[in-house]
Design a protein around this ligand. Sequence first.
Ligand code: URA
Length: 204
Amino acid sequence: MRGSEIENIPIAAPSPRALDACRRCELWRHATHGVPGVGPARPKIVIVGEQPGDQEDLQGLPFVGPAGKVLDRALLQAGMARDEVFVTNAVKHFKWELRGKRRLHKTPAQREIEACHYWLESELNASHAKVVVVLGATALKSVLEVSNVGLGKVLGQVLEHAGRAVIPTYHPSYVLRLREEQERDDAIQRIVAALKKATELAEA
Ligand code: URA
């Protein structure tokens, strides 16, 4: 596909084919699939993660690996069904490096977040959702369209951007990295609180 044709892809939720054809950055080169968001056409809430992980890259679906299990647990505790919400990522291709035989996640660079913002924005627009839960710093930067925002400063707040309420919280992978059970429980409760706040705002 030529560059001009890529520019002309209409703004709508991207198909896997459109993402596989994307050349806006170099991450497609080492990824199996571009991973679009999944959820109802008109969700009230969109949840944005960072990028597909190993399992997501292989299956072409967001949040189906270990971080997805944490997200599912938080959704359950918040009284929400996964199929009610649209779940997606700021970056659509898996960025990784090989360590032994394992493909380990690498944080996307700002230029990759910006390149992929086109796709995230198309999903946000197509959804018409007015409430967005952002999981972690990469999603926060992408949704707010800034490079210099830290998650710690805005955790627990409701921000406003482009006519949407933006609720920042921890990324589920952060929970998985915590060593103490109490710390993990506390972090999950922060995610649950963000999801509950999102429901409250979406129903208001
Ligand atoms: N982490 C993410 O940010 N997104 C996924 O889809 C899986 C893991």
